[in-house]
Design a binder for this molecule. Structure first.
Ligand SMILES: [Zn+2]
Length: 302
């Protein structure tokens, strides 16, 4: 199921001033990957324009620079595959610009006939194809890709972002929530559970843990049972990542402390606070620059 809707990028060959958007998108995309963008040749009769991009390759005896000719074809609005007759004389175009490789940058898929002719060209130079699926994957996997996605796919990307929230910038750096048995970060997917361990003799919580469900939970259970401690309640982390549940759970913890129902060892209370802070990165919204400046002012007040 595609995530980014390429139809959000204005159709090429319209004379409304937006005809360059797909090529601008290609420039931003290749800059994100670390290519240097050279000015492209003029617009051709089909409304398409090729880009020249340079790639630095580090070698043992020195760096080399490879020039690629990028052909952008934006056919998402018609939905049709890029055909052989959409790409005229690739070899001649690559050679006339002195490039060493060809990249097809397509907002749909490539037809099998064009694929065959590109395979044939690999005898002469490097050939790569970035189709809709590959472009989408690379954008969503790259930390810089979010900025590009926000600019060119504002509607479909914001829908995706709702389901894949980015940790809020509460701390100077992201603080993971590692499973206390296998070290996996539990925050991005919200998988795993929290468990209270109690000393039944003193009625005190001696530990507050987070771990994966299943084996990790079982391993920790055996470890704590040997020390004489029992499970005294657990919750799914995914539930606590729901903002309303996060608040309700925090209130319940505070209330039980106030009423004297729950007593924590220093160690367990420290863990509880650590959990609340780390989880807050996925529940709270990000702070803007002005708020961060103000926060620094407040912290520096005597
Ligand atoms: Zn684990």
């Amino acid at each position: 199921m595609p995530i980014l809707d390429f139809k959000e990028i204005a159709q090429a060959n319209l004379t409304n001033g937006l005809q360059d958007t797909f090529e601008m998108f290609a420039r931003d995309f290749f800059m994100m990957l670390g290519f240097e963008i050279k000015d492209g040749p003029d617009r051709g009769q089909d409304g398409g324009r090729d880009l020249i991009i340079n790639e630095k390759r580090e070698g043992i005896i020195g760096d080399t620079e490879i020039s690629w000719l990028v052909s952008c074809k934006h056919k998402a609005h018609s939905g049709s595959a890029v055909q052989s007759n959409d790409e005229i004389d690739i070899k001649g175009r690559v050679e006339s610009f002195g490039a060493q490789g060809f990249i097809g940058f397509y907002s749909t898929i490539i037809s099998s006939s064009l694929n065959r002719s590109l395979e044939g060209l690999k005898r002469h130079f490097d050939v790569k194809v970035f189709d809709r699926e590959i472009i989408e994957k690379m954008i969503l996997e790259n930390p810089k890709g979010r900025t590009i996605a926000k600019r060119y796919f504002p509607i479909s990307f914001s829908k995706w972002e709702e389901d894949h929230p980015k940790p809020a910038n509460i701390f100077s750096e992201y603080e993971p929530l590692h499973c206390q048995n296998c070290d996996k970060d539990l925050l991005p997917q919200g998988d795993g559970i929290i468990v209270f361990k109690k000393d039944l003799k003193t009625e005190v919580y001696v530990a507050f843990l987070w771990c994966c469900k299943g084996k990790c939970d079982q391993d920790l259970k055996s470890k704590y049972r040997l020390m004489g401690y029992t499970d005294a309640g657990w919750e799914d982390i995914s539930d606590i990542l729901i903002p309303g549940k996060y608040l309700a759970w925090n209130m319940a913890v505070l209330n039980r402390i106030q009423q004297g129902d729950d007593k924590y060892s220093d160690e367990a209370f420290k863990s509880l606070k650590q959990f609340i802070l780390r989880v807050s990165q996925m529940v709270l919204r990000s702070q803007n620059d002005e708020q961060i400046r103000r926060l620094m002012d407040l912290a520096s007040l005597p």
